[in-house]
Design a protein around this ligand. Structure first.
Ligand SMILES: C[S@@+](CC[C@H](N)C(=O)[O-])C[C@H]1O[C@@H](n2cnc3c(N)ncnc32)[C@H](O)[C@@H]1O
Length: 362
């Protein structure tokens, strides 16, 4: 029987698909703005003394909007150039959105109460916090139970999407082109023997994108959170292909032998680590990467690459509970990578994220 053509391969589909992509992204952005505004108004009504952070002026808002438009254009271009399939751009978990959105609202009153009481390390009694690094036992982003409950794992991706107006995946995808270029160094190795590690894999969004981009590669993910690993497992089990291998581990002490991986990705981790842990993770990634391998990082923008957004960078740890962010915002990650032994370190910025690409010398 003849296989059905992929809808995205039809020539007429390209302009229609681009329009659809832009419309979906615009819809998500408007929804995110309205959601954050209503949330903020309700918080001020119930907890007036919590106050509001200063909003950005019109010029800065325009600047942010332009950066967002550039990000989405780049995302579309990379898909057109075949870095990853166009279908990845439409990988929206709508069913999850409708199922989980009410949960975000149900969680809000508990969050406001904890913020009001300045509680930032509060966990349900049934959650065992023993054995984790002390810096990790935090209600990051004021999340109920930090990274350690099933509910937190369920709604994390949706909360990130609402925070970034639906651009979180587009920001994550900016690591894929440089990783693909880096892995070309191993073109003589069969695709199914290429090993890529995602540190930390969280609830699995980056692994899903890695699977779409490198369908035959062996994928690996580590994270400290057992519930996020379970969620990642459910998400990536929906995809065809060999399942990624997931392990619960501290990224400061990776459970792999030296020189094992051809590529390593790290998305949204470093701003949540104290400085010594940041260096330890980089050192570990260097150790487990093969000579000639590529390490790609996506994390928050920093003050030196985005001085126009100084106010947003300073507001972020005030709005969200991010105890290590202020130090992160001026930390020299290029030097940390070079100190570990990485060479040819490059940086880039897209919308609210900074990127670092580094290589282990051959
Ligand atoms: C902001 S989330 C990012 C998750 C994912 N990379 C993403 O793109 O959504 C931070 C993740 O880092 C994990 N994490 C924090 N410190 C860690 C450490 N030392 N070792 C391993 N995972 C860690 C948390 O459990 C959480 O899943």
């Amino acid at each position: 029987m003849q296989a059905l053509p992929n809808l995205f391969d039809l020539p007429i589909a390209e302009p229609a698909a681009k329009l659809a992509y832009e419309a979906i992204q615009q819809g998500k952005n408007v929804f995110g703005v309205v959601h954050r505004q209503v949330l903020s108004n309700l918080k001020s009504t119930f907890y007036p003394r919590l106050g509001k952070v200063d909003s950005l002026d019109d010029e800065t808002l325009e600047y942010v909007r332009n950066r967002q438009t550039d990000l989405l254009e780049r995302d579309w271009q990379d898909a057109q150039e075949g870095v990853y399939p166009v279908s990845l751009l439409f990988d929206q978990p709508w069913d999850e959105f409708f199922r989980l959105y009410p949960q975000v609202w149900l969680d809000a009153p508990q969050i406001w109460q904890r913020v009001d009481q300045k509680k930032v390390q509060e966990f349900a009694p049934e959650i065992d916090v023993e054995g984790y690094p002390r810096y990790y036992i935090q209600n990051f982003h004021h999340q109920t139970d930090g990274y350690l409950s099933e509910t937190s794992a369920e709604i994390y991706d949706l909360q990130v999407e609402l925070l970034f107006g639906g651009t979180a995946d587009a920001m994550r995808r900016r690591i894929l082109a440089p990783l693909k270029r880096g892995l070309a160094a191993f073109s003589s190795i069969p695709a199914n023997q290429i090993r890529i590690l995602d540190v930390p894999c969280g609830a699995g969004r980056t692994l899903k994108q890695l699977r779409g981009t490198f369908p035959d590669a062996s994928l690996y993910g580590v994270d400290l959170s057992p519930t996020y690993l379970q969620k990642a497992n459910r998400l990536i089990s929906q995809d065809r292909g060999v399942l990624p291998q997931l392990l619960q581990a501290n990224a400061e002490s990776l459970p792999y032998v030296d020189n094992y991986f051809h590529g390593i990705s790290s998305v949204f981790l470093f701003h949540e680590l104290p400085a010594p842990a940041r260096q330890n993770v980089i050192d570990e990634c260097f150790r487990v990467l093969r000579p000639g391998g590529t390490f790609v990082i996506c994390d928050s923008i920093q003050l030196d690459d985005s001085p126009e957004l100084k106010m947003a960078i300073n507001n972020f740890p005030v709005m969200m509970h991010e105890p290590y962010y202020r130090h992160y915002s001026t930390d020299n990650l290029v030097k940390r990578l070079q100190d570990a032994g990485f060479v040819d370190v490059e940086t880039d910025v897209h919308f609210m994220s900074k990127y670092l690409f580094a290589h282990k010398p051959v």
